[in-house]
Design a protein around this ligand. Structure first.
Ligand SMILES: [Zn+2]
Length: 85
């Protein structure tokens, strides 16, 4: 399996233009600072014309929500962190 086939790689497209998806998510994780939170209302910064959410903890565009279909766990976030950070 190449790195491009790993779910931690393909999940990255859910980190941009993800405002609506995060608002549908119960669990939201940041693969930059490794925080998991449970309320999209904590997000108060966006970029890309208001469509890409920025992490309330570290202000990076590295949030993914469970509405993406990917698991929001520390293990998964660590995997994304290794690939993308
Ligand atoms: Zn963060």
């Amino acid at each position: 399996m190449t790195i491009q086939d790993r779910p931690e790689y393909t999940a990255h497209r859910h980190c941009i233009y993800n405002r609506a998806e995060l608002e549908r998510s119960r669990d939201i994780g940041c693969f930059s600072c490794m925080k998991i939170f449970h309320n999209a209302q904590l997000i108060n910064e966006y970029c890309d014309g208001g469509e890409t959410a920025l992490c309330p903890c570290c202000s990076k565009d590295s949030l993914i929500g469970d509405a993406s279909g990917y698991p929001i766990t520390m293990t998964f976030l660590h995997g994304m962190h290794e690939i993308w950070c």
